[in-house]
Design a protein. Structure first.
Length: 335
């Protein structure tokens, strides 16, 4: 699978990410013109770096990122992509104070090794679509950056420094020290190809689907799971294995021409020691139900369970706009 993860922050929170590092402020604001949907993430770093982290169980050695970014002030730097191996920061692509994009090996060291800089700078207050490509190697490594589909940085050589990393296990985005203020939206991670100018839309539950087997806290099942940002005051629950809930969903925006992937996300929580312990993310396409592998349900509130369907499991090929607009989504409780 090429597409690994997407997040347009349309849930109004950071629940789709694995962790948040830093002691400053992450908030979710109305998406500025040039970004997508209702929300964007605002990273305001007041004295330490502030970044969202996504674990990479696929362990790629080549990685692509895409995001829409707006730098709000000139202070310090924006973390476009920082890659980690076993807790060590390997390489980082960032926007520096002057607006130029630079690449550093061992970025958290007192004196990092800077290996490349872009030939153009980014202006304050402008939304840019920024894509990066990074290949891990001590000799034939690659770092490339596109801004609005134009290559502005192209480096080849050592991208591994002096410690032998086998692969990337985590990628981060965010802000780095010094009252930095930056907005992110439409974040996409891929392990095989340039992402292109993708945008991310939220398809909210709008009605009951083919299965309504969870118990609502009050009212209709779908109305207990349709809020953004999420509310923990209403919910659906079950303690019976193999019960499932499906919901009809809102349509894609009218200007959507193609679909690269569908990612399901649910805010889930289990009581310690309870049964069931896991869920499967579910889609219903063309009258048939399809389920992901088992996903462990968190025992703390605030972490989402996600699954990305890169192709339509009913057809085995790329989704169409019509198929997504007819889609039902939900989850099933399993052991």
């Amino acid at each position: 699978m090429a597409r690994i993860f997407i997040d347009g922050f349309e849930g109004g929170n950071e629940g789709n990410w694995d962790s948040l590092s830093g002691t400053s402020w992450l908030t979710f604001i109305a998406a500025p013109a040039g970004m997508s949907g209702s929300y964007a993430a605002r990273f305001y770093s007041g004295g330490s770096d502030l970044h969202l982290n996504k674990f990479l169980p696929s362990h790629p050695v080549e990685f692509y990122t895409s995001s829409r970014v707006q730098k709000v002030n000139t202070n310090n730097r924006v973390m476009l992509a920082r890659y980690w191996f076993s807790g060590t920061a390997v390489i980082e692509i960032f926007i520096e104070t002057t607006g130029y994009i630079r690449v550093a090996l061992r970025p958290t060291q007192l004196v990092p090794t800077y290996i490349a800089i872009s030939d153009t700078s980014l202006s304050i207050g402008t939304v840019y679509h920024v894509e990066t490509r990074t290949l891990l190697s001590p000799t034939v490594g690659i770092v490339q950056v596109k801004v609005n589909n134009v290559v502005v940085l192209n480096y080849s050589g050592n991208t591994r420094s002096d410690i032998v990393e086998a692969y990337y296990d985590t990628v981060s985005i965010g802000a780095w020290v010094g009252l930095q203020d930056v907005y992110f939206d439409d974040v996409v991670f891929d392990s095989e190809e340039w992402v292109g100018p993708s945008r991310i839309a939220r398809l909210a539950p709008i009605g009951a689907g083919a299965l309504t087997q969870f118990t609502p806290s009050a009212g209709d099942n779908w109305q207990c799971v349709d809020e953004a940002p999420p509310s923990d005051a209403d919910y659906v629950a079950t303690d019976i294995i193999d019960t499932a809930d499906l919901y009809t969903l809102s349509d894609l925006p009218g200007d959507a021409l193609s679909v690269k992937s569908v990612q399901l996300s649910t805010r889930a929580f289990k009581e310690v020691g309870s049964t069931p312990q896991n869920i499967q993310m579910a889609v219903r396409s063309n009258g048939s139900n399809y389920f992901s592998a088992d996903k462990q349900v968190p025992d703390t509130v605030g972490v989402n369970v996600t699954h990305l369907f890169e192709t339509n499991p009913d057809t085995g090929v790329a989704w169409t706009v019509g198929q997504v607009n007819a889609l039902e989504g939900g989850m099933k409780a399993v052991t």
